[in-house]
Design a protein around this ligand. Structure first.
Ligand code: WT7
Length: 570
């Protein structure tokens, strides 16, 4: 922030577009953002937040969230942003894992027609969070809230009493900038730790080069700051580059499915970055929502979060980019901090559905299941990275061994991504999806074990197995196979109870699309569930299960296939 003050203090740093299109957007200059960050940094200090302390942010997409993130960074406190769609239980787990001292939230959040009461979720969560000393609340929805004296404080009051001058705390480059929780194939979500210098180098370098950002460009990434895309490409990448970044509070469908394009025209957005799931959802609504808009400010389009299918790519290219905007399909992960495999807009040759080539300095490789590197072209394997890069994960919070285990033990000496990948005749890379037990629903990573744990909380559930299946809009949907203790239950009732449990333990995004009640699960003699078979059944492929000789009871597969009529959809 400080370095841009010398040259661009009056330049707009942040354009905030509210949920309601009739509410005024905000244009916040670098100078103003800097002032707010200094003021809030002083607020944090006055509450005893020091370098290295963890601060949890559970907030809507409002400018105060950006201010809070940057204020933590300014005083060397570690921010842990939790997506405001997670449940009280999920929030509590994340606060407790990193022992956050403070939580910042809002009374509520506007999402389309809905109002979410964030403060009541926070109240529920922090009853069991011994480390939390204070809760700072921004007033956004003016919903009625419960304020606990001494513990709960109002953002506006604290800001009014604060002052504008706050030196940035000096930090070592390898000290921690933030923690962001993400799901894996086993256990509870891990706190991915990113370092100060490496992360910021990665975010700025990739932002400038992949989008070919030019001074003066207006840039909009639609991601929520609760995910890594929001950290790296709503806040850090663009603001480090001195760009103008758009932050949108709402959803693409409100007040109608033309909202994204209305915002592009309104703010003359030059670079637009979104997820394939959003493109597919908008495509499904038809061109009537697109044609009213000019979209002539657009120069570069981007996608992230999941593989983009050819049809969605072509629609985006033709109807949004008017065949003149390069599409950068950017592959990366929470753990990589920034983009890893992606075209450089207008420079790298494009190939629909391909993330194309690694960024200069990144060295991917494909490895077979035995750990041998697969050389040459027209090959497919497990995607690994051979050498470190600046913004790579430094550790998993509180458990360094877990970091070694999860990412560096499958293929010794290499970082394993969890993704499958093809390399074509031109040496271009195409990500084919996860090869582990992680499901990608609308670009959100959901661990099957977490969903199973939630389902198993139901007292009549004996066992469950969760897999992903292809979904036309979301990319993947969640399919749960569930064994009940007795068969005489009302399946619809149990289904809604299971959905409630998943909502309570994780959040609405992890609710299964389909639940099938079964009498058994395909297991090996050692008791391991063979998900490969369940994935096939969930995708409607009921033949060719491959080698089933290792199954303890091969008949169970036929029983599951035959009981598909007992599947209940959301
Ligand atoms: C997983 C990482 C990177 C920020 C958003 C998600 C999948 C991500 C692509 C892409 C195909 C992609 C991978 C990856 N993924 N981008 N361009 N093409 N797949 O971050 O939650 O950490 O998830 O998202 O499977 O491993 P995340």
């Amino acid at each position: 922030m400080d370095r841009h003050l010398k040259t661009s203090s009056e330049k707009t740093a942040l354009i905030w577009e509210p949920n309601n299109p009739n509410e005024e957007p905000k244009h916040i200059s670098y100078k103003e953002l800097h002032r707010n960050v200094c003021r809030f940094s002083n607020v944090l200090k006055s509450l005893g937040v020091k370098k290295g302390d963890r601060v949890c942010l559970y907030m809507p997409m409002i400018p105060e969230l950006t201010v809070a993130v940057l204020s933590c960074a300014r005083i060397g406190a570690i921010h842990s942003v939790v997506f405001a769609g997670f449940s009280a239980q999920a929030l509590q787990d994340r606060i407790n894992d990193s022992e956050c001292k403070l939580i910042i939230t809002a009374d509520g959040s506007f999402r389309g027609e809905k109002v979410l009461n964030l403060k009541s979720i926070v109240d529920e969560a922090i009853q069991y969070c011994g480390s939390i000393e204070h809760c700072i609340m921004v007033e956004r929805t003016k919903a009625e809230v419960n304020l606990v004296p001494d513990r709960d404080l109002l953002w506006c009051e604290l800001m009014n009493e604060s002052n504008d001058y706050c030196d940035a705390t000096e930090m070592e480059s390898e000290e921690t900038l933030f923690i962001l929780y993400t799901s894996g194939s086993t256990g509870k979500p891990k706190g991915v730790v990113h370092s100060i210098a490496g992360y910021m180098v990665g975010a700025e370098y990739s932002f400038r080069n992949v989008f070919q950002y030019q001074e003066g460009d207006v840039y909009w990434c639609t991601a929520d700051i609760g995910w890594i895309t929001g950290h790296s490409y709503v806040i850090y990448g663009p603001l480090l580059s001195g760009a103008t970044t758009v932050m949108f509070e709402g959803v693409p469908s409100h007040p109608d499915y033309g909202r994204f394009w209305e915002i592009v025209d309104k703010h003359k957005v030059n670079i637009f970055y979104t997820a394939p799931t959003a493109i597919r959802a908008l495509e499904a609504q038809g061109l009537d929502f697109v044609t009213p808009y000019k979209l002539d400010s657009l120069k570069v389009l981007g996608t992230v979060g999941e593989p983009i299918n050819e049809e969605a790519w072509q629609w985006y290219h033709t109807h949004i980019g008017k065949e003149k905007c390069p599409i950068v399909d950017t592959w990366w992960q929470t753990e990589t901090g920034g983009m890893m495999i992606a075209p450089l807009a207008g420079i790298t040759k494009l190939k629909p559905t391909y993330a194309t080539l690694p960024l200069p300095g990144v060295q991917p490789c494909l490895v077979d299941d035995k750990g041998n590197e697969i050389q040459g072209l027209n090959v497919e394997g497990n995607l690994c990275i051979k050498y470190p890069w600046p913004s790579m994960i430094r550790t998993t919070y509180g458990d360094h061994n877990r970091c070694k285990e999860v990412y560096f033990s499958a293929y010794p000496g290499k970082y394993f991504t969890g993704d499958g990948c093809k390399r074509d005749a031109d040496g271009f890379y195409r990500i084919t999806g996860r090869v582990d037990d992680v499901i990608n629903v609308s670009g959100h990573r959901i661990g099957t074990a977490e969903v199973e744990d939630a389902i198993n909380q139901h007292q009549e559930v004996v066992e469950s197995a969760v897999v992903g299946f292809p979904h036309s809009i979301k990319g993947q949907g969640i399919y749960a196979f569930v064994i009940l203790s007795k068969i005489e239950f009302n399946p619809n009732e149990i289904c809604s109870q299971i959905n409630e449990l998943v909502k309570k333990h994780i959040g609405p995004i992890a609710r299964p699309e389909k639940i099938q009640f079964v009498s058994g699960l395909p297991k090996t003699r050692s008791g391991k569930i063979i998900r490969r078979i369940l994935r096939k059944i969930a995708s409607g492929e009921i033949n060719n299960f491959g080698d089933t000789s290792t199954l303890l009871d091969p008949e169970v597969v036929d029983l599951i296939v035959d009981s598909r009529n007992l599947t209940i959809s959301k």
